[in-house]
Every structure is written in structure tokens, then in C-alpha cells.
Design a protein. Structure first.
Length: 86
């Protein structure tokens, strides 16, 4: 493999996706590893996008369902007191 081939990015792999609220929007950040043709990792990269209204609606339904299941399984209730350092 030549030096140029060893240093040329040609592929990526997804490591994780992080979702966060930001000023009324929901942002998704993708953590990627960039690879050369041989599959060797070259660097990491983060790409961020804003969810669409439909995506936020689907996410909200998913979160609501999972938190409901968590509350049922644990008997815990969602905290409604003053915000703590957010």
C-alpha cells in the first residue's frame, strides 16, 4: 500500500449516536471513525444534524413508551421538583 493510499479516507464506521435538546430543537451527533481502503482507522469525526418535526415526534413516542415501562418496572416516578444544574 502506498503512502497516499494509507492516508486517503475511503470508509467510515458508526460508533455511536448522541441525542440532546438544544434551544427547543433536538440535535443528533454521530461519532464516526474514518478508515482507509485497508480498513485501518485514520481519525474520528463528529457530524451533527437537527431532527425534523416528524423525527422528533417518533423520538418523543419512543421515549414516552420506554419511560412508562421503566416507571412500571421500578415503581419510580419522574422528578418534578426544581431543576438541578441543567
Amino acid at each position: 500500500m502506498s503512502l497516499a493510499e494509507a492516508l486517503t479516507p475511503t470508509q467510515y464506521s458508526l460508533n455511536s449516536v448522541r441525542l440532546r435538546r438544544e434551544s427547543g430543537d433536538v440535535k443528533a451527533t454521530f461519532n464516526l471513525t474514518i478508515h482507509n481502503e485497508a480498513g485501518d482507522p485514520l481519525t474520528s469525526h463528529q457530524a451533527t444534524t437537527t431532527l425534523t418535526a416528524n423525527e422528533k415526534q417518533v423520538l418523543a413516542a419512543f421515549v414516552e413508551r420506554e419511560l412508562g415501562a421503566f416507571e412500571s418496572a421500578t415503581g419510580l416516578a419522574e422528578y418534578t421538583g426544581p431543576e438541578m444544574g441543567r
